[in-house]
Design a protein around this ligand. Structure first.
Ligand code: ADP
Ligand code: MG
Length: 273
């Protein structure tokens, strides 16, 4: 088995498709024979809801509990917080308990690496660990970046704010410099692309804008009703609409993610440094 890869899906803007991507990419990786763990690192618990746990705040065990255990110096045995999804991956739910965790981290030694300690303790059982980040650049996101090998950045096609991108990349660089030297940008990709901005020339324009500094993936995720429905369907797009455009897009993203870190892509990945 290859070394497990830890990917943080991050963008400080909300509603760009982070959680939707974590779910569908996770399901896509399982279909490629990979062992996958998803972590909901967002106090809103959106991913947890998408995965069928409609009341994330009522769950007795969540990522908040294990992060609290780590800061208290007591790592739980047996990992009862890890849940099984019917599509073949595991996940750890997240909920508003993470808000208190984030606030409390200020007073903790090694506060940037609490999540990393947890990820390192479970990742040996997986090929991929995907971290669903909250829409912010606070301590929970820093923890996710500190735990990750790669960051994937979904950007909404209609909202290509270069300033926001500069801020996010600045945070990534700062984490790399001070906490996690092996962190790389795995790629930026377009989400929620409508018919008009799905066109090749738009993608080319984005590659022109960001491509000098960042690896831009070829996959463009379209805005579709079927993809919007995934958040309440209890099915990934692969089961919800197997022949649709959303499935094609997330299959393509899965293939590109599988290639990240392999030799043929290592040159582009370096550009993100
Ligand atoms: P984030 O995690 O970045 O906040 P979400 O994945 O929760 O974003 O997506 C925000 C909203 O947009 C959700 O209601 C989701 O169902 C919807 N959505 C996500 N991706 C798409 C898409 N490609 N097309 C249409 N709707 C989408
Ligand atoms: Mg989300």
């Amino acid at each position: 088995m290859e070394k497990p890869k830890v990917l943080a899906i991050a963008n400080q803007k909300g509603g760009v498709g982070k959680s939707t991507t974590v779910y569908n990419l996770g399901a896509g990786l399982v279909m490629e024979g990979k062992k996958v763990l998803l972590l909901d690192v967002d106090p809103q618990g959106d991913l947890t809801k998408m995965l069928g746990q409609r009341k994330p705040h009522d769950l007795p065990l969540s990522l908040a509990n294990v992060m609290n255990d780590i800061t208290a110096g007591t790592m739980p045995r047996g990992h009862p917080e890890i849940m099984r999804h019917h599509e073949g991956f595991d996940f750890v739910p997240g909920n508003r308990g993470l808000t208190a965790v984030e606030v409390g981290l200020v007073n903790v030694m090694s506060r940037e690496t609490v999540l990393k300690q947890y990820v390192d303790s479970v990742k040996k059982n997986y090929d991929y660990v995907l971290l669903d980040c909250r829409p912010a650049l606070g301590m929970l996101v820093i923890n996710a970046l500190a735990a990750a090998d790669y960051v994937l950045i979904p950007v909404q096609a209609d909202y290509l704010a270069a300033d926001a991108m500069t801020e996010l990349v600045g945070t990534v660089q700062s984490v790399r410099r001070h906490i996690n030297p092996k962190l790389k940008i795995g790629g930026v990709f377009l989400t929620m692309a409508s018919e008009t901005n799905f066109r090749r020339d738009t993608v080319a324009a984005i590659r022109e804008e960001f491509g000098k500094h960042l690896p831009v993936l070829n996959t463009v995720i379209p805005a579709t009703v079927r993809l919007a429905e995934v958040s309440t369907a209890d099915k990934s797009i692969f089961l919800h609409d197997p022949k649709g455009a959303g499935t094609n897009a997330y299959r393509s993203l899965t293939k590109e993610v599988l290639a990240i870190g392999s030799k043929q892509r290592s040159r582009t990945a370096e550009i993100g440094r």
